[in-house]
Design a protein around this ligand. Structure first.
Ligand code: 5AD
Ligand code: FES
Length: 393
């Protein structure tokens, strides 16, 4: 950390920082933050004010927060999270949007090294929902108040344009007041256009990592450039678009993460999904450690400040690694949760990583559970469609 000491030697905190610092002092027993801590707190303030920082400042902040022992027991971290929370309150208030997640198929032609449903896992028990099963899940979801259905699946060769456009039209016809979100991987621009024309509103396609070499390491036979083209196509067509990445993939550095942040800032998506990497026992990464909940939470805060209006889920992966992971995410700027609406008999089969939560809970139980959790954390559930504030405006 010597380079940081050097940088902060002559640092004088600007006015705003002093104010927030004094407030925070009380919470930290009146201890003055060090000059170093003040410097990093002022970076969070600058991020809140300008919605950006240089790549090197972002990297220094991430480096600093990797060493909580040097952060006066989380002083800077606390300030960053509080600042992100304030930003979220300004834009969305204390509401958290719920989306009903329907996992429509775990067939996948891809071989992403981290993923439990990769084509190369013969242990995965495959399933595919038919039209009636999806409509039944929507019906149950609608009665529970959901007004967004997220249809997610592997890249299933049986999901032809004809099959999907029919599915989307049927859901659209039955639930004209609901948003239809798709998360079905890479497709051609023509295909995306057909899905949009059939009535889909949103599309989630995480970029996974914005570093070409690192992307290639985890995605055999795939290229980041193709992923980027898909995201651009989706945007140009008019979808509300979601991108995102995993935190703590083996070998991931803070430089990689800064590339992710920069990519997202430039893409300016409507939604960003991030979650910790969690190993799956039947993948080549079975013996690797999980990503960190703390770091995921820090990145949620940074994203709330960098792209203030973004719809930002506290993900199932975050909740799977820590019993209160989603609550921690919501307190740090996340404003969406996606409870599971899939039929109970397929829940365990949509097995991306080990220890996934909510696999044994009926949709109604999940709905109740998440509401209680959100309210206990001091927030309120919002069952509206929850479109991005700038969409079609
Ligand atoms: N750990 C955490 N997240 C994972 N995903 C896939 N496999 C894992 C894993 N082992 C994420 C990917 C994908 C999303 C649907 O789930 O980022 O885009
Ligand atoms: Fe699914 Fe709690 S959110 S059981």
């Amino acid at each position: 950390m010597n380079h940081v000491k050097e940088l902060t030697k002559n640092f004088v905190a600007p006015h705003g920082t002093i104010q927030t610092t004094l407030q925070a002092d009380a919470a930290f027993g009146g201890w003055e933050p060090s000059a170093e801590a003040q410097f990093f707190m002022s970076l969070a303030d600058q991020l809140a004010l300008e919605s950006d920082l240089s790549d090197s400042a972002l990297c220094q902040l991430l480096d600093y927060l990797d060493h909580p022992d040097q952060d006066h027991n989380g002083r800077v971290r606390h300030h960053l999270i509080q600042t992100a929370h304030q930003k979220r309150m300004e834009i969305y208030g204390n509401r958290v949007f719920l989306r009903g997640l329907i996992e429509i198929s775990n067939y996948c032609k891809r071989n992403c090294v981290y993923c439990g449903i990769r084509a190369g896992n013969p242990g995965a028990e495959r399933y595919r929902l038919d039209l009636e099963q999806v409509l039944e899940s929507c019906r149950i979801g609608y009665d529970l108040g959901y007004r967004t259905f997220v249809m997610q699946g592997g890249e299933d060769p049986a999901h032809t344009d004809a099959f999907l456009t029919n599915l989307i039209r049927e859901v659209r016809k039955a639930y004209p007041d609901c948003a239809i979100t798709l998360s079905l991987g890479e497709r051609s621009r023509e295909s995306y256009q057909a899905l949009y024309d059939a009535g889909a509103d949103r599309y989630l396609l995480r970029h996974e990592t914005a570093d070409d070499g690192f992307y290639a390491d985890f995605h055999p036979g795939m290229a980041l450039s193709v992923r980027k083209t898909c995201l651009e196509d989706l945007k140009a067509i008019g979808f509300q678009v979601g991108a995102g990445f995993m935190v703590g993939l083996p070998g991931q550095t803070n430089q990689h993460l800064v590339k992710d942040l920069r990519f997202l800032k430039t893409l300016d998506p409507h939604m960003i999904g991030i979650g910790p990497f969690i190993p799956h026992h039947e993948t080549p990464l079975a013996d690797q450690p999980s990503g960190s909940v703390e770091k995921t939470v820090v990145l949620l805060s940074i994203l709330r400040l960098m792209i203030p209006k973004v719809l930002l889920p506290a993900t199932t992966a975050l909740g799977s690694l820590d019993p209160i992971g989603r609550e921690l995410g919501i307190r740090a700027g996340a404003n969406v949760v996606m409870p599971n609406l899939s039929p109970l008999e397929v829940r365990e089969k949509y097995d991306l990583y080990d220890g996934k939560i909510c696999t044994g809970d009926e949709a109604a139980e999940c709905r109740k559970c998440i509401q209680k959790r959100i309210e206990n954390a001091g927030f309120a559930v919002d069952m509206a469609r929850g479109d991005h504030p700038d969409w079609r405006n």
